[in-house]
Design a protein around this ligand. Structure first.
Ligand code: 8ZB
Length: 485
């Protein structure tokens, strides 16, 4: 395997860059000239710089708000972002459409053209590659907060070139988190290598004195993901990014539903990311956290959806996450209207402001849960380094091959898909079936005991039915999928 966790040599980067830029018409050469991009990025004011605003929020113990949003047509997209800014968004997104995520730019172009003609969104996001640098700059210049590209792209090299050259100072994704949950048949070594390029580009800008934020996608499949799995993926992607020169990283977590487990997960995520970056010699790193409101099935009722959004915001605020990604009352139906999206932002902001100066008191329960996650993540990280013979990138590929690392409910053929999660009696996400997951026996025993206690209290045997019931429970108004009495 050629893949290695090693900083891409600048000469090799520039050679690859030529190929990347030739893969689609990218406007004038001038627009993607790196010197030009550096000049433009240096002119972006600090209040529109993602890393700068995150650092300030972290310093003040604030949780800042960011929605998801993207429509195909430029004018409509700008209108949408301006509306969300007025609704209280501290950061803006540009959610990229699915064709662009799969590098299908011809189809994206067709969808964009038709959307313009029919005055209707015929793509599920903003096709930033087709719009090109000039239009993406116009988006940034139309708002007063930082912009991030949010997508789900295994090969985001060209997209990353375009968005950063346009002054968008954050990019979401990573070699694992934007492959395994999003694609069926893209080898992990391919997506990891592509994301090394995206991170190297950020590293290049950092070398020029420009701060750019990177955000691995924490929720993964968004469905009953045990905290140790997503935290391990976050730490791996943070380490891979740091090797390429990334300095400002926001590690993410998708809400699980149990308050103590969620607070424990976010805190452990922060401390262990720091610890591992330090251990492997990456200095001067700026780390922040992002909490995703409930990523599983939502209730269809809009009042119930708003309640879930508010509960999610409560947990985010109490976990002291730096950023909160919001949902809307339209979540169960699909992409929200501008107005519904704005309601999600407003409700979320109200809650985090109410809780700004409140803390969760430390308790033995919280400490135990943090300690458990810490030990689980160490187990998984040790296994990855071991199987990679010291190389993290190689280890990641092999760990997934062997199921030592395994993400529940992922579509990828490069994921073993053998683990099944289920909730315990407190609604904490535990692991019912470990498959080949690299976990020590005492931890496996602990999970078994917890799930056994729940099954006993429901008068049933431990089985996959627990998993199924838990997948649907929240949308029906209960955290735990208990059988009807
Ligand atoms: C993995 C992320 C899924 C979430 C939302 C979905 C879901 C996707 C758009 C969007 C607003 C868009 N999402 N695309 N929200 N505008 N173009 O991402 O609704 O909540």
């Amino acid at each position: 395997m050629k893949l290695k966790n090693k900083k891409i040599d600048l000469k090799d980067f520039f050679k690859e860059r030529e190929e990347v830029l030739q893969s689609w018409k990218t406007g004038s050469d001038f627009e993607l000239d790196l010197e030009e991009a550096v000049k433009y990025l240096k002119g972006v004011p600090s209040y529109k710089n993602f890393a700068f605003v995150l650092n300030k929020a972290k310093e003040h113990g604030e949780t800042l708000i960011q929605p998801r949003a993207g429509v195909p047509e430029l004018g409509e997209h700008i209108k949408l972002l301006q509306y969300l800014e007025k609704s209280g968004a501290d950061f803006l997104p540009s959610t990229i459409d699915s064709y662009t995520r799969q590098n299908r730019y011809i189809e994206a172009e067709k969808g964009l053209d038709e959307s313009v003609v029919k005055h209707r969104a015929l793509l599920n996001g903003f096709p930033a590659v087709n719009h090109g640098v000039k239009s993406c700059k116009q988006v940034l210049e139309s708002v007063n907060v930082p912009i991030e590209a949010r997508h789900g792209t295994p090969d985001a090299r060209l997209l990353s070139e375009i968005i950063h050259a346009s002054g968008w100072t954050s990019n979401e994704g990573g070699g694992i988190s934007y492959n395994i949950p999003y694609a069926k048949s893209i080898p992990l070594e391919v997506s990891i290598r592509n994301w090394q390029y995206c991170d190297r580009l950020v590293g290049y800008y950092e070398e020029q004195g420009i701060k750019i934020n990177r955000e691995p996608f924490g929720p993964l499949t968004g469905t009953l993901v045990p905290p140790c799995i997503s935290n391990t993926v976050m730490i791996i992607e943070a380490l891979l990014a740091a090797e390429q020169g990334v300095k400002n990283i926001t590690v993410g977590y998708g809400m699980g539903g149990n308050l103590i487990q969620d607070v424990a997960a976010v805190n452990t995520l922060y401390y262990q990311t720091k610890e591992y970056l330090d251990k492997y010699g990456y200095k001067d790193m700026e780390i922040s956290t992002v909490f995703h409101q409930w990523m599983g099935g939502f209730p269809a009722d809009e009042a119930e959806a708003m309640a879930l959004i508010s509960y999610s915001s409560t947990v985010a605020a109490l976990s002291k996450a730096t950023k909160l990604i919001t949902k809307s009352p339209h979540e169960s139906m699909g992409i929200p209207t501008m107005e519904a999206n704005g309601l999600g932002v407003k409700a979320s902001k109200f809650i985090v402001k109410m809780l700004k100066d409140q803390k969760i008191t430390r308790s033995a329960d919280l400490d135990d849960e943090m300690e458990l996650i810490r030990r689980e993540v160490d187990c998984l990280m040790d296994a990855v380094y071991k199987v990679g013979e010291g190389d993290l990138a190689v280890g990641t590929v092999r760990a997934f091959e062997q199921g030592l690392l395994d993400i529940p409910f992922a579509p990828s053929q490069y994921n073993a898909g053998k683990i099944f999660p289920a909730r315990d009696n407190d609604g904490r996400i535990r692991i019912l079936e470990f498959g080949s997951l690299a976990m020590s026996q005492d931890i496996k025993d602990f999970h078994y005991e917890k799930i056994k206690a729940r099954a006993d209290s429901e008068n049933r045997k431990i089985s996959f039915q627990l998993t199924v019931d838990d997948v649907y429970s929240v949308s029906k108004g209960a955290l735990i999928g208990r059988p009807l009495k």
